[in-house]
Design a protein around this ligand. Structure first.
Ligand code: NAG
Ligand code: NAG
Length: 422
């Protein structure tokens, strides 16, 4: 019996080590990296004296020439607690250039914006959040803009000394040619519903319905993952990290939550687990008709596809549409115009796991040879060697009047990487 064990154990451990070696991308060599012409946009209004833009973990398309991003630096919040981070904010990445892109009062001529001539360099501007509760900390994680409801959903890790983790819901008011205005309406979740920092990304369903991913198997310690204090916090971190590095299904998955937007002070939220047991549940996106929901699992190197039942919002897993991805996908976004799926990736998780190394990234794009077919084509639109930005979590295309760009954000590094696109 014992000798059998001594034979089986090394085989099991060896197989696991090989699996981990593959998943971590230890031997992965990235092709030619960081295209010419890429640059970092890291100051508000592109003004050299402007404030530094905090790390933008997620980006969404708002309308032609404009992306919205959640700035804060969620990974440092996970390590050292949300309260250790400065107050986050929502930014607009504006590539429209020229007139009409002012940050509030329409005056665009003397605001220090450089290089808004032929080049139309994207400009990052902070958006005002009116009515946001004054005593609530703000560390944005996944965000989603819905054209149907004109709402912006933001996963917010406020920390245990504040309201905990919840989804903030803002009304987005279009403001002529100016940037939109955000008015806070209500929040879904908080300490009673979700463990500290448990959530990752969000997408709107039908009306007052959202799907949110849980990426932490156990609560992140109150003082951050690097500082577990109690026995239960230490055990919690061992369970979460052990599950992730053993590449086992864990207490991770997708919640479906409904709420009542007509009673913002008491939105009668109810959540249920819709699809559970991921190795890592990260980005989530939907087609505009809500026929499909896609969930990215970076450890499994997969994007899972679901059909949503319009009657009750249940998700039916479609194994025939699951996408295997060359590089670990983080945030994923469906592009309405092209039907593409856009992801920011961590090709070498080994760099991500090494807290002293910078991590490379790719802008990974999936397309279908015809609408409704499987995603059968993958392109690494930008391959970046970590020289300008440490780690990609979200990448999006952005079209200016006469130039197209790829824009990538990071959960840990200030500013946005902007690369010319053909
Ligand atoms: C409009 O913006 C300009 C440039 O930032 C500023 O100098 C001016 O005071 C603003 N005007 C109003 C009415 O806010
Ligand atoms: C996958 O299977 C589902 C359910 O059987 C089907 O409705 C769907 O069309 C299939 N997808 C593709 C791309 O064939």
């Amino acid at each position: 019996m014992w000798s059998l064990f001594m034979v089986v154990l090394p085989i099991v451990l060896g197989a696991q080590a090989l699996r981990l070696y593959e998943t971590l991308g230890v031997s992965k060599v990235l092709g030619p990296t960081t295209p010419d012409g890429c640059f970092l946009v890291d100051r508000e209004n592109n003004d050299p004296a402007g404030s530094i833009i905090l790390p933008v973990e997620d980006l969404v398309h708002y309308r032609s020439g404009i992306l919205l991003g959640g700035a804060g630096g969620v990974l440092l919040g996970e390590r050292f607690s949300p309260e250790s981070r400065p107050l986050g904010y929502i930014v607009a990445v504006d590539a429209r250039g020229g007139g009409g892109s002012g940050s509030g009062n329409g005056s665009d001529k003397d605001d220090g914006v450089e290089d808004n001539g032929d080049n139309n360099t994207p400009v990052v501007r902070k958006l005002k959040m009116s009515k946001f509760p004054a005593d609530t900390h703000f560390l944005p994680h996944g965000i989603y803009y819905s054209k149907a409801s004109e709402r912006l959903y933001v996963v917010n890790h406020a920390g245990v000394s504040s309201v905990g983790t919840r989804v903030e819901v803002f009304d987005v008011t279009r403001n002529g040619d100016d940037l939109p205005e955000l008015t806070w309406r209500l929040a879904v979740g908080g300490k009673d519903l979700f463990a500290n920092m448990a959530l990752n990304a969000v997408v709107e369903g039908q009306g007052d319905e959202i799907y949110v991913t849980q990426w932490q198997s156990t609560a992140v310690p109150a003082g951050g993952g690097m500082h577990p204090k109690s026995i239960s916090e230490i055990v919690g971190r061992i369970v979460h990290l052990g599950q992730t590095f053993m590449m086992m299904p864990g207490n991770q998955g997708v919640y479906r939550c409904t709420f009542d937007s007509k009673s913002p002070s008491n939105p009668a939220t109810s959540c249920r687990r819709e699809s559970w047991g991921y190795m890592a549940a990260n980005g989530i996106t939907a087609t505009p008709d809500l026929s499909r929901i896609y969930v990215a699992d970076p450890v499994a190197h997969k994007i899972f596809s679901y059909a949503r039942d319009p009657a009750d919002g249940t998700l039916d897993y479609l194994s025939n549409e699951t996408i295997s991805t060359p590089h670990a996908p983080d945030n994923v976004h469906y592009d309405e115009e092209t039907g593409e799926l856009h992801t920011g990736t961590i090709p070498r998780i080994v760099e991500f796991a090494d807290l002293h190394a910078r991590a490379s990234g790719t802008f990974q794009v999936f397309s279908q040879s015809k609408p409704g077919s499987r995603y059968d084509t993958v392109e690494q639109r930008v391959v970046h060697d970590a020289s300008l930005l440490d780690e990609f979590s979200a990448c999006m295309p952005l079209a200016g009047p006469n130039k197209r760009w790829s824009v990538c954000g990071s959960p840990i590094a200030d500013g946005l990487l902007v690369c010319p696109a053909s």
